[in-house]
Structures are given as C-alpha cells and as structure tokens.
Design a protein around this ligand. Structure first.
Ligand SMILES: *Cc1c(COP(=O)(O)O)cnc(C)c1O
Length: 375
C-alpha cells in the first residue's frame, strides 16, 4: 500500500461551494475542475459537487473524460484550439466551448463545418431537445492571453449568434489581478470594459469572476461565477477576508516518517549540506519528495506536521524524501504520520515557503499518492 495518501474531504468541497453561493447569491456556479480538479481528481470532485450548475475544464479531452465518467451537467471548455473536429465533438457531447479567437469564428461559419454540425444535430439533438451549441465568447479586457478585443465583441457576438446550429452565445472575461489586496483599480477597469463591450447586447449571460473576485468584487458576479481554487479550500486572496476565512481545506496530504537519526551538533543534512544543526538533533526522514509533488524549492523551516506537531523542514527536498528536525518532539518516531498540508497546515503556507502558489502545489500531487475520498 502507498505510504502517501491524499484524503479528499467531499464535505469540505460542498461547504466551499456553499461559501461561493453565499458570496454570490444571485449567480449560477460554474465549478472549475480543470487539471484533474486542481489535482484532487476530477470525476470524484464533479460527483461530489453535483449541485454545481456547470463545470469548467481547460481542454476537450478533460471534458470527454468527465462525460465518460457519467457527468451530465453542462461542461465549459475554457482554452482549446478549436478546429472543426473539436467543435463537432463539443456538439456531439453537449459541451460549451469558449471561442477566444477570430480564427474559430471563421471555422464556425465554414460550409463543411455547418454541414457536419447539421449531421450531429440530426442524431444528438433528438435526445438533447434540439438545443444546438451553446458558445462562450471570450473578451480580452486586459489579461492579453485569450479573447477578442472589447471593440470586436458586439460584431463577433452577432456573427456567432447567426451561425446555424448555434443556440446561444454567452460572454466571458478573465481577471488578471483580483487576488491582490490593492490592484490599483485593474479589476474594476476590466469589469467596466466588459460592460461597455456588451452594452448593446440585451439579455446575454455573462461570466467574469474567478475565486478571488467572487470573494471581493460583487460587481463582477453577473450571471455565472467561475470559482476554482476556493472550492478546494485554499485562500486565493493575498490578504484573507471575512468570507475567505470560512473556506475549509479539502486535501489532507499525508505520508510517514520512515527513518529517524541522531546527528551531532554542526552536522549537515541532505544534498549540498544546505542546513547545519546547531545542537545535537534528531532528524526524521519522511517518504515524500519532489517526484510526489512536494515543492523542491521549499526552504529550510517550511512547516510539516508530524504527529500533530509543527516541525521544520531541514535540508534540500530530494526526489523521494524530505528531512525534518524532530529534536523538540521526542515522541515522533518511525511510522509517525506526517501531514504535508491540510487542516492543520494550509497549502498556502507551504506555497509561501517555496515561493509558489497553492495552485501549483495541488496540481503537482501525483504518481505515488493514493487518493481516498471521504464524506
Ligand atoms: C482557472 C480559471 C478559473 C478559476 O480560477 P481560480 O483562481 O482558481 O478561481 C476561472 N476562469 C478561467 C478562465 C480559468 O482559466
């Protein structure tokens, strides 16, 4: 059996979804479960979050896997390179692709694509009620990564709506700086830009807010919010607020102490001897390294919880192991549990010590970790 386990608390997932709903009571929730639900296991997370109004993933492949595992809710595909085949697959599997580039508009109006979508419609629409494609048009309001310029929004929207087999077009944008304590008005400016870009379009559904904006920018909530990180219980905000402190960590990532050594004062630990003991010390070795997803750049002093006590990481993170200072906790021994992050130790804190973000920590958990889902 695997030494490393990620216990995924589905009750915490549902609690965090409720926090998002409480924050944006008038919006529907598109739960973002891309990248295997931020490393938590997409099919299981989707099943646990069955009350979400829709799901969002990055690529078509991820959406198809969810359909294969029986997820029936609408699924938005956020960042695909949409060619004719992929658009056809979206129609076939009732997926909602994000159109983020003018080239996709050209594809959608091409005669052979319209014909293919017509064929799909004949077979699929019979059981999906003849709806046709729901598309999301992405507008670039400042991220400069994906999307059409705000000035093109209205024209492209009308072009998309006029496409045969397109049932509905919704509009979205993405914030660059909503997580900052003071973003110098950037988020408000992005909200204003989208509202100007869609000013002449009545009755459209819009989506702007990521987790950070859900928690901080009421004006951004609109018809659909798109929380990701907050659902997994990590605080997306640089500075926590009243809502974000209610979030509960979902992943409890644990391993065990596999060796304990006494070392003399002045001895060094690990590759390149980057940590030197100031006293006679008891060093514990834990089975979890960067190959398992533990951040290699975690610095000396990064907290780890051994048998319920916070102890400091000492020495470099290796591929399969880390080392911690157990001197002040003589009860800790071979077999003791080591929590890498979870309830007692937010992933945000570990991320800070490794100069990274919880997003990266979660999505890196892999390989030798056994996943357990509890209620
Ligand atoms: C990942 C993603 C989100 C979710 O962001 P969080 O910060 O995790 O809430 C929302 N929208 C888009 C377009 C994304 O790519």
């Amino acid at each position: 059996m695997s030494l490393i386990t990620a216990t995924i608390r589905t009750d915490a997932l549902r609690h965090n979804l409720a926090v998002a709903r409480e924050a944006a009571a008038h919006s529907r929730v598109m739960a973002v479960i891309k990248a295997n639900a931020y490393g938590h296991g997409a099919p299981a997370v989707a099943a646990a979050l069955h009350e979400a109004d829709a799901f969002a993933v990055a690529r078509l492949e991820e959406a198809l896997q969810l359909r294969q595992s029986g997820i029936a809710q609408p699924i938005v595909v956020l960042s695909e390179l949409l060619d004719a085949e992929k658009i056809e697959a979206c129609a076939e599997h009732d997926l909602q692709p994000v159109v983020h580039d003018l080239a996709t508009v050209e594809t959608l109006v091409a005669k052979h694509v319209i014909e293919r979508l017509g064929k799909v419609a004949e077979t699929v629409d019979a059981h999906s009620g003849g709806r046709g494609l729901t598309l999301w048009l992405k507008v670039d309001t400042g991220m400069h990564r994906l999307g059409v310029p705000p000035d093109d929004c209205e024209r492209v929207y009308r072009q998309l709506v006029a496409c045969p087999h397109v049932n509905e077009v919704r509009v979205m944008t993405h914030f660059s700086s909503a997580d900052e304590e003071d973003d110098a008005g950037i988020t408000d400016d992005q909200i204003n830009q989208l509202s100007r870009a869609t000013g002449n379009l009545s009755g459209i559904q819009k989506s702007l807010a990521n987790s950070a904006a859900v928690l901080t920018h009421r004006r951004s909530h609109a018809e659909w919010i798109r929380p990701g990180l907050m659902l997994y219980g990590a605080d997306p905000l640089a500075k926590a607020n009243d809502l974000s402190v209610c979030l509960r960590p979902v992943m409890q990532w644990q391993s065990r102490v596999i060796a304990v050594h006494e070392i003399a004062a002045g001895a060094v630990v690990g590759y390149n001897g980057t940590w030197r003991s100031e006293r006679r010390s008891r060093i514990g070795t834990i089975a979890c390294g960067y190959a398992d997803g533990y951040p290699r750049h975690a610095r000396n002093g990064t907290p780890v919880v051994v048998d319920g006590n916070i102890v400091p990481l000492v020495g470099r993170v290796s591929m399969d192991m880390i080392t911690v200072d157990l001197t002040d906790h003589p009860g800790a021994q071979i077999g003791s549990t080591a929590l890498l992050w979870g309830d007692q130790l937010p992933a945000e804190r570990v991320a800070e010590c490794a100069a990274t973000i919880p997003y990266q920590l979660f999505t890196a958990v892999g390989g030798r970790t056994r996943f357990v889902y509890t209620d």
